[in-house]
Design a binder for this molecule. Structure first.
Ligand SMILES: [Zn+2]
Length: 155
């Protein structure tokens, strides 16, 4: 039997996790006006957003840590290497990339959102094709008579 206190603590933890997920979803969409972010310590546009270094995926810095670790994130203007469009890589998107997606702290955005999405789709399709190929090969090996199996192995 759980005590009321334990139950309350569990409920609170659950609520906190849900709120965290909603915040991350809003950050991912780049929606700074989302209700999930209201009241949360969140800076205005152009301000620095503090970096939570404990959430970064790194095993040590080479020399000094990147500036955002010490100063926080700030909106950055990037020029897409794919299409040449200039786009803002917002502080929130940076926080998402480094702290939630665990991107390398030495990586940064080089493509606009549209190009990133397009690349992701193409790569997913290519991967599906690759996996289907592997599966076909496996099936062929299983079905082939022993003489053909030898040939398959050699090739
Ligand atoms: Zn682009």
């Amino acid at each position: 039997m759980k005590s009321n206190k334990q139950k309350r603590a569990q409920l609170e933890a659950k609520r906190a996790r849900k709120a965290q997920r909603a915040r991350y979803a809003a950050i991912f969409r780049g929606d700074s006006n989302c209700a999930a972010l209201k009241g949360w310590r969140w800076s205005k546009k152009g301000d620095f957003v503090p970096c939570d270094a404990s959430q970064l995926a790194h095993t040590g810095f080479y020399g000094s840590p990147p500036q955002f670790v010490l100063m926080g994130y700030q909106d950055q203007l990037i020029r897409c290497i794919g299409c040449g469009t200039e786009e803002t890589w917002t502080a929130m998107q940076q926080k998402w990339w480094y702290e939630v997606m665990k991107g390398s702290i030495y990586s940064r955005a080089v493509r606009c959102r549209a190009c990133r999405r397009q690349r992701r789709t193409i790569r997913a399709a290519a991967n599906e094709c690759r996996l289907a190929g592997i599966e076909r090969k496996r099936q062929a090996k299983r079905l082939a008579p022993s003489s053909q199996r030898r040939k398959l192995k050699r090739s």
